[in-house]
Design a protein around this ligand. Structure first.
Ligand code: FE2
Ligand code: FE2
Length: 377
């Protein structure tokens, strides 16, 4: 099935004619890097409910009960582990390059030796963990907002547990970044714009779609990738713990929106499809890591084009959507109306993931085996 609109909606939604226009993507930068506070106007109503029937939504109640017995303490992680960041960068690069060596002949990276690549790996880690940290704060604010805005008591209960989870995630990523790594980066502008939209939207379900389905769906995939790749024991355990929480959060989005979307009109669903597409592209744009290339002092545009042409990078970019696509399918967003979102995800090259399991049930598989006592990852 293909949508009739094709490229027609791209300029309106993304502010550029072509989804892959790297010049346009890089033209949007964070000009607010020195301020310590960033205020966003929240247009949503805070909603009381007088219906206190616990378990009216059994799926959400199960999640809430699971969340209450799955709490862990950030202080119990093995913070005494010493992290040799250069060694981690070298190991990561070896793992990433195992398949296809990067051909830099005739490019601005041609003269890079081992030292530059290691430095790039270190900066890339600093950047990645910084964006995880900012995303976690986004989740903290968004979910505090859901406590206020969602009209169902079972959802308010679960969201309250997620707020605690997110505070813990901000705590662990901040501590890891500041104690074990060698520098932090401000929020990437594409991620920041998305978080602003999600926090500011007046419709409570848009917070869920932007955060629980899109941002956290991507985070679950990205954490899983890094958890598998890293040989650094503290980060490995930290990510494993965080993932056990994140899977619940994504399931929370799937279970809540399934019910809500069933009652929406065609044009309301179309707005959700467009929002999901916009969010997907913004998250993909942020993974260009433009700030890292800037800090390395090479022409950003050229360096990104060199790295983007490797099959491994393309695979990584696609993999980030491995949770988002099946969850959008479960919510009926792929095929609603004229199949608009299916066509967009096909253009992004990620539609194949539609057959993977959705997270509505899969969260059980992420639970920590043998309870939540600290131990080897
Ligand atoms: Fe989180
Ligand atoms: Fe989360």
């Amino acid at each position: 099935m293909s949508a009739p609109s094709e490229q027609g909606d791209t300029p309106r939604l993304l502010g550029r004619d072509e989804v892959d226009d790297i010049d346009a993507i890089l033209a949007v930068t964070n000009t607010d890097v020195d301020t310590l506070e960033h205020a966003v106007t929240d247009r949503a109503d805070a909603v009381f409910t007088w219906d206190y029937t616990k378990g009216a939504r059994p799926g959400l109640e199960r999640l809430y009960e699971r969340a209450k017995v799955s709490q862990w303490n950030a202080s119990d992680l093995p913070w005494e582990v010493e992290v040799d960041q250069a060694a981690v960068a070298v190991a990561n690069q070896a793992a990433n390059r195992a398949g296809t060596p990067l051909d830099v002949t005739g490019t601005c990276l041609e003269h890079w030796g081992e030292e530059e690549w290691t430095q790039f790996g270190i900066q890339s880690q600093n950047w990645t963990l910084s964006q995880f940290l900012h995303g976690e704060q986004g989740a903290l604010l968004c979910t505090a907002k859901i406590v206020e805005t969602v009209p169902w008591i079972d959802a308010k209960y679960f969201a309250a547990t997620q707020v605690v989870d997110e505070a813990r995630h901000v705590e662990v990523f901040s501590r890891y970044l500041h104690e074990k790594l060698s520098g932090a980066y401000p929020v990437n502008t594409h991620l920041g714009l998305l978080l602003d939209d999600v926090v500011g939207d007046s419709r409570w379900d848009m917070t869920y779609l932007g955060m629980q389905i899109m941002v956290e769906g991507l985070a679950l995939a990205a954490f899983g990738f890094m958890h598998q790749m890293t040989t650094e024991p503290l980060l490995k355990q930290l990510l494993r713990y965080v993932m056990s929480d994140e899977a619940r959060h994504v399931a929370f989005g799937v279970l809540s929106l399934q019910e809500h979307y069933a009652g929406l009109t065609g044009s309301e669903v179309r707005e959700r499809q467009e929002f999901a597409f916009e969010a997907a592209v913004r998250m993909r744009d942020r993974f260009l890591q433009q700030e890292v290339w800037e800090r390395m002092g090479v022409p950003v545009n050229e360096a990104i084009r060199v790295v983007m042409r490797t099959p491994d990078q393309a695979l990584f970019q696609r993999m980030l959507f491995s949770k988002i696509v099946p969850n959008c399918k479960k919510l009926g967003l792929l095929d609603a109306g004229d199949g608009w979102l299916r066509a967009r995800f096909a253009e992004l090259g990620v539609i194949d993931f539609e057959h993977l399991p959705d997270t509505g049930e899969e969260y059980e598989a992420f639970a920590l085996a043998g309870g939540i006592a600290p131990g080897p990852a």
